[in-house]
Design a protein around this ligand. Structure first.
Ligand code: GLC
Ligand code: CA
Length: 539
């Protein structure tokens, strides 16, 4: 049987936040030469696709998500030659590279914006969204961070629109020149051989053409998978517009002529029907979208069974679900588990064995913990905006304000700088035990790092896990999650014990063990799964 499924429907994704991965020159900031020096280790882990948070030229006010030149490398990370080398070396190791593409907005220091704001007659004026209105805002639209999206600028006595922070002015996609320019940017990188793009806040690309006011809503707090009703507003006219669904198709079509068969993974949020609209009725929109349900998981078998069933109903083949446990905007999942490595193994096993794409945030493979930097001392612009909100309060309300805390440097070894930097790291490494570092975990057979390595490699080597369909099974134990992956006559069965007690199950004759963790005993036709253990076999 030939494997005809697109490669990106079978891949696994590992996210690198360049600021925090590996510093090579002692300035305390991670960089491309640093990453190059770690590629062998990433390959050893078994990663298939690496997604890089932005390393383009940027003032760095939002740590790279405020771009001032889309086709240049920021000097703090290295040079274009380093980047070319990175692409080459990743491909040499049979891995793929995905770049973060912030199409929605630029930095307010981008030359396009500087021109745009200089006068109403400037040819770049319509690159951005300008409206009359100073004290009185042009309409009631609230940005994704809870402030008015309109920013008054004295130079021309008008306001520009930003759906995120005010120094990130939104590009105007109703201007054909903007589209053309941004397609040119995609071409620049695709010609260099990159294998796809992660599209930043793609739900925000288009805004209502007639600038209608948004209706009100009773909801205040946004969640990772729902921004469209928040801050007492239903964001009917500044998020998830039909034009954005349409644009997803245009971008897909544009990139599909490249021989590397690149893909798009969108950061969008909303109901499943919104997500599906971005994927297109004929699966002709974005290739994948992040699905953030695991960001607020309940650690119980039923939650995961329901999620699998829901995703099979809402996102059946040819659609491919994604499973995201963390990223550079969210609490680390190990902290949401109270630091429990056994439970972390269950969740990561789920992520890798389900039908769909596991998205792993750097450091999650070693259980890298959060920082406790207060909002007051945060470098993150969102923390700065909310500096007087005490950390305990934001934690209590489960709103993630200071994103510095999930962006702390990688822990490579047991030395003071954790092998991340010989200088003063841009964010503190924090206290850690040697056993948390990559170096030590590599030597411990049942470490979390080794568990992830097994999972990455298991997926890579199993066509059933990559291509197979999925079916949940009902068992007699509330704490046991059981599902099957099926390809032709072959079946891989997964048992995950979410409970505190041992569970006994029957093992079909002729079963072949693929992987087990957390303490599983096989006695004849019976298997005994200790608390938080897992067992994977093929029949
Ligand atoms: C996305 C990014 C986030 C960034 C924002 C603005 O949500 O993940 O880090 O601050 O977009 O670009
Ligand atoms: Ca550096």
């Amino acid at each position: 049987m030939e494997n005809k499924m697109e490669w990106w429907k079978q891949t696994s994704i590992y996210q690198i936040y360049p600021w925090s991965f590996q510093d090579s020159n002692g300035d305390g900031i991670g960089d491309l030469p640093g990453i190059l020096g770690r590629l062998d280790e990433i390959q050893e882990l078994g990663v298939e696709t690496i997604w890089f948070s932005p390393f383009y030229r940027s003032p760095g006010e939002d740590f790279g998500y405020d771009i001032s030149d889309y086709t240049a490398i920021d000097p703090r990370f290295g040079t274009m030659a380093d980047c070319d080398k990175l692409i080459k070396e990743i491909h040499k190791r049979k891995m793929k590279i995905v770049l973060d593409m912030v199409m929605n907005h630029t930095s307010d220091k981008h030359p396009w914006f500087l021109e745009s704001k200089s006068s109403k007659e400037n040819p770049k004026r319509d690159f951005y969204i300008w409206r009359k209105g100073s004290k009185k805002k042009p309409n009631n639209w609230i940005s994704m961070v809870g402030t008015s999206g309109w920013n008054y600028d004295e130079t021309t006595d008008e306001s520009y629109y930003s759906n995120f922070l005010s120094f990130q002015p939104d590009l105007n996609y109703r201007n054909p020149k903007v589209k053309k320019t941004m397609f040119g940017v995609l071409d620049f990188w695709l010609s260099k051989g990159v294998d796809g793009f992660r599209l930043d806040i793609f739900n925000s690309i288009y805004k209502d053409e007639s600038f209608r006011d948004n209706p009100s809503s009773l909801r205040f707090f946004p969640t990772p998978d729902n921004h469209d009703e928040a801050f007492f507003q239903k964001k009917l006219y500044n998020l998830n517009l039909p034009e954005s669904f349409q644009f997803a198709k245009e971008v897909r079509k544009h990139i599909s002529k490249y021989k590397q068969k690149p893909f798009l993974i969108g950061e969008v949020s909303g109901s499943d029907s919104v997500l599906k609209s971005f994927l297109g009725e004929k699966a002709d929109g974005l290739s994948l979208v992040f699905q953030f349900e695991l960001i607020h998981f309940k650690y119980q078998a039923k939650f995961f069974k329901d999620l699998l069933e829901k995703n099979e109903k809402e996102f059946p083949t040819p659609l491919t679900p994604t499973y995201v446990l963390g990223n550079h905007d969210q609490r680390r999942f190990i902290d949401r588990l109270g630091g429990d490595v056994k439970k972390a193994k269950i969740l990561s096993a789920f992520q890798f064995l389900a039908r769909g794409i596991p998205v792993v945030y750097y450091g999650d493979e070693i259980g890298r913990k959060e920082g406790r930097i207060s909002n007051f001392f945060g470098k993150d612009p969102i923390a700065k905006m909310n500096r007087f909100v005490p950390l305990f309060l934001s934690n209590l309300l489960e709103i993630y304000i200071n994103r510095d805390n999930c962006r702390l440097p990688m822990l490579w070894d047991e030395t003071d700088g954790a092998g991340f930097s010989k200088g003063k790291p841009w964010l503190p490494v924090g206290k850690f035990k040697p056993s948390e570092s990559v170096k030590v975990q590599k030597t411990v057979e049942d470490s979390l790092w080794n568990h992830y390595r097994q999972l990455f490699h298991l997926r890579k080597s199993s066509r059933i896990l990559k291509e197979g369909s999925i079916k949940t099974k009902t068992t007699n134990h509330v704490d046991l999650l059981c599902f099957e992956r099926i390809l032709g006559k072959k079946v891989v069965t997964v048992f995950l014990n979410f409970g505190e007690n041992q569970i006994e199950e029957l093992l079909p004759k002729g079963s072949q063990l693929l992987y087990q963790f957390g303490g599983v005993e096989v006695k004849g036709e019976r298997i005994y799964l200790k608390e938080h253990s897992g067992f994977v076999f093929e029949t």
